[in-house]
Design a binder for this molecule. Structure first.
Ligand SMILES: C[S@@+](CC[C@H](N)C(=O)[O-])C[C@H]1O[C@@H](n2cnc3c(N)ncnc32)[C@H](O)[C@@H]1O
Length: 185
């Protein structure tokens, strides 16, 4: 079994697909960009439900880059500014980036279509014990530091460009996660 298969198996247990698809259910979109697509787990689920969508994933870890059965995951440099998407996803990727403003601005300003939507899933940093437990976990497992952001800080930061459509939260194992949907203002 490859490492990416193991990661996919574990992610499947912690990505609440039904919550996410229910938040996205009322939207009319034809194209999706998944920033930090990982192994492509979410795009595979999306493909199974809506095979007609144009889907692209972006990944900094080139072990996950692939192009098969309609799932296309590329490095960030492969996307041209001309490519616009109706929906951009950031799922558990912001906390891997210290400079979230640059990351969000880059994809939203270059790749979000007019009236397009942005969906973000992140773990909530409010519970201190969980926050430090998770930091330790990522440090030991992946030798990575993580930088959480609260829902209110995130929405405040995005609000001039995007308007809040809906949000929900969900506890996954020890951690509270929030999921938020915004639309180009
Ligand atoms: C916790 S995984 C989440 C994967 C996937 N979104 C999911 O929910 O299953 C975070 C992924 O984001 C990628 N990543 C981190 N920073 C990134 C960036 N600036 N641009 C693209 N990918 C990034 C990492 O390589 C990793 O695969």
């Amino acid at each position: 079994m490859r490492l990416s298969d193991v990661r996919k198996h574990l992610r499947r247990k912690i990505v609440p697909m039904e919550n996410i698809f229910s938040l996205l259910s009322g939207l009319d979109f034809k194209s999706v960009l998944d920033v930090g697509a990982g192994t492509g787990l979410f795009l595979e689920e999306m493909r199974a439900r809506r095979p007609q969508l144009r889907m692209v994933g972006v990944e900094t870890n080139n072990r996950y880059c692939r192009a098969d059965t309609g799932i296309c995951i590329v490095g960030p440099e492969a996307l041209t500014e001309k490519e616009k998407f109706d929906l951009i996803l950031f799922m558990d990727v912001l906390h891997h980036n210290y400079d979230k403003a640059t990351l969000l601005n880059y994809y939203i300003s270059r790749h979000l279509a007019d009236k397009g939507h942005v969906f973000i899933k992140e773990m909530s940093p409010e519970k201190q014990l969980c926050k430090y437990y998770n930091r330790l976990h990522d440090l030991l497992m992946f030798q990575e530091r993580i930088y959480e952001i609260s829902l209110s800080t995130l929405v405040e930061f995005l609000q001039p460009k995007l308007r809040l459509v809906s949000h929900t939260s969900r506890r996954i194992f020890l951690y509270d996660h929030y999921m938020v949907l915004l639309q180009s203002a």
